[in-house]
Design a protein around this ligand. Structure first.
Ligand code: AMP
Length: 575
């Protein structure tokens, strides 16, 4: 079967976002554009009604199928339930859920009402959950009794905007005097019929939290128009088409799990798989084989773990249904590309994007020559460049091939973020010279392929998750023994980077192993396992610039035994 795009260059030449709009339906009667309508209702109201939209594979072996018509009706019920609670368009609905179908239903119902969906990663500890919920000003939280007790209940007093907590399952949990609602009852009481009110394409739809070097996480705001980018990039970069069995392994608590775990595949009419269980090489191969997965979208950390599990394991399974393999989220080592070709008979196609871009920007398309180690080339409708920030606050394009600079994009595509929620200055800082500056360093080769070089800032990518050092440092500083803390990403052969902390102690506290373990445990309880440091090194003091900024780069260079670079702004002599 030929790929949906057979020639990248001609696809680019003939492309405009305005004309691509005809791939979507729009709301009936010209009432605008709504993600949930494009993703589900237009299929459910037509020939796709009985097609499986979502197949959920429970941790315990349960399997549940949802047709497009069922997803339409369930999300209608949720939209009605929200409306009955007094939730209004623009209000924020937060989910704190694992990989369960209720997350899809909650997202779709929220969009139908015109409210803003904000998914949170269920492995976050109570502090990251609190910070994000506070910032979002959410009125509604959808979660489970266990997650609520562990991660939210203690912060409830600090979340005055939070009016309704909806718990999955039958648990009647009213501990700490906090009233909670029950998902099954709410949905059972709500009508399965709902007419989506007129939705302007610029109506806010989603907030995804992401991290920077400084300050607390920022909420990237996306609008309903984004569905056009999800739809087109799903077709072009992931080669999705109706009839595909598609498995996006990303957790829907992060942007990939929503853009490509929910919106793009559904709008393209495919069957999405959702596996509740955590990574396990054998389970993954069993799933790929048994479900006859045709398109598989995963991340380098998982691919490296599969490589560790060895080619023999892969060869025990029939993976011949696989047609297209793609990877995102961190640099994909060239060996992984070569290995996948050898072992699966198909290679992983790396692609690049980030929370702010909302959808895939740069990719190795099915019809392109894959250059192992390269992220690929810009998609139709995407103008990318390598730039240098200039002293006057502008940006200058670096046109010579293989010059390293910051990866920049000309904002023009529909899934571009529209704001950092409530932080206009931080948003404004992302733009210069008519470009959106991505914070990534890259180079472009003579044939136009982009190669990732590193981050321009100090954020950490661990197992595909973006972690802000400031958020981790802030928690360490709350421990009574800690005077100063600095956090870096330490290269790791499987996770990409590990979160590593350097800590200086107050007064006469001794830097011993007992305290190290105490601090690791303290951070883990507060932040959750993904965000908390895995290693702590004690230092007499943390190196800072004369203006007081932590020199994370210097700590990283020392950690790796690399040249320390320019230390002329260092406040204290190097030690
Ligand atoms: P997030 O916003 O959490 O999706 O993280 C986006 C960041 O992940 C990018 O800015 C890159 O630093 C990194 N990233 C995403 N895709 C790739 C890729 N294909 N190769 C290298 N880094 C990537």
């Amino acid at each position: 079967m030929p790929p949906s795009v057979v020639d990248r260059d001609s696809a680019r030449q003939g492309f405009s976002w305005a004309s691509a709009g005809s791939e979507l339906d729009g709301l009936p009667g010209g009432a605008g554009l709504n993600i949930a309508h494009e993703a589900v209702d237009r299929h459910a109201n037509g020939t796709g009604a009985g097609r499986i939209a979502l197949r959920w594979l429970g941790r315990d072996g349960t399997r549940r199928d949802f047709s497009y018509a069922e997803l339409r009706d369930l999300s209608n019920r949720f939209a009605n339930a929200l409306r009955a609670l007094g939730v209004a368009p623009g209000d924020r609905v937060v989910s704190l859920l694992g990989r369960v179908p209720e997350l899809h239903i909650a997202a779709l119902g929220t969009w139908k009402l015109g409210a803003v969906f904000c998914p949170l990663f269920s492995a976050f500890g109570p502090e990251p959950v609190k910070t994000r919920m506070e910032k979002s000003g959410a009125r509604v939280l959808v979660t489970t009794a266990t997650l609520y007790q562990r991660k939210v209940a203690a912060s409830r007093a600090a979340l005055p905007a939070l009016e309704h907590v909806i718990l999955l399952g039958d648990a009647e949990d009213t501990s700490a005097g906090t009233p909670v609602l029950n998902w099954p009852q709410l949905l059972a009481a709500a009508s399965p019929a709902f007419t989506i009110p007129p939705t302007d394409p610029e109506t806010p739809a989603l907030i995804h939290f992401t991290s920077g070097t400084t300050g607390m996480p920022k909420g990237a705001l996306h609008v309903h128009a984004a569905v056009l980018a999800h739809h087109v990039t799903g077709r072009v970069a992931l080669d999705l088409r109706a009839g595909d069995i598609f498995w996006c392994t990303a957790d829907p608590g992060w942007v990939t799990g929503i853009s490509y775990g929910v919106i793009a595949p559904l709008s393209n009419g495919v069957t999405c798989l959702l596996d509740e269980a955590d990574f396990d090489a054998r389970r993954w191969y069993q799933l790929l084989a048994a479900e006859r997965v045709t398109v598989w979208y995963t991340a380098p950390t998982a691919i490296r773990m599969l490589m560790k599990a060895g080619p023999e394991l892969a060869r025990e399974y029939d993976l011949t249904a696989l047609r297209f393999l793609a990877s995102v989220g961190e640099p994909l080592n060239p060996e992984a590309v070569v290995w996948s070709q050898e072992v699966y008979g198909r290679c992983f196609h790396d692609n690049w994007w980030q929370t702010e871009t909302g959808g895939i920007m740069i990719a190795n398309l099915a019809a392109m020559e894959v250059r192992p180690g390269s992220m690929g080339r810009p998609l139709p409708g995407i103008e990318a460049a390598i730039v240098r920030r200039t002293a006057d606050g502008g940006a200058e394009e670096l046109t010579a091939p293989d010059t390293v600079g910051e990866l920049a994009l000309r904002p023009s595509w529909p899934s571009m973020f529209r704001a950092y929620w409530g932080e206009p200055e931080r948003y404004a800082k992302c733009f210069a010279g008519g470009y959106y500056l991505t914070g990534d360093l890259a180079r472009r080769d003579v044939d136009g392929y982009y190669w990732f070089v590193g981050r321009a800032d100090d954020v950490i990518k661990t197992m595909g998750h973006l972690i802000g050092p400031f958020e981790v440092e802030s928690i360490l500083l709350e421990h009574p023994a800690v005077a100063e803390a600095a956090v870096i990403g330490k290269p790791d052969p499987v996770a990409g980077e590990l979160v590593k902390a350097f800590v200086s102690l107050k007064g006469d506290r001794l830097p011993d192993d007992l305290l190290r373990r105490e601090l690791l445990g303290f951070a883990r309880t507060r932040l959750g396992a993904v965000v908390a440091p895995k290693e702590i090194t004690f230092l007499p003091s943390i190196p800072r610039t004369r203006s007081g900024k932590i020199m994370r780069r210097l700590l990283k260079a020392r950690e790796l035994g690399l040249p320390e670079g320019d230390t002329s702004t260092l406040e204290e002599p190097a030690h």
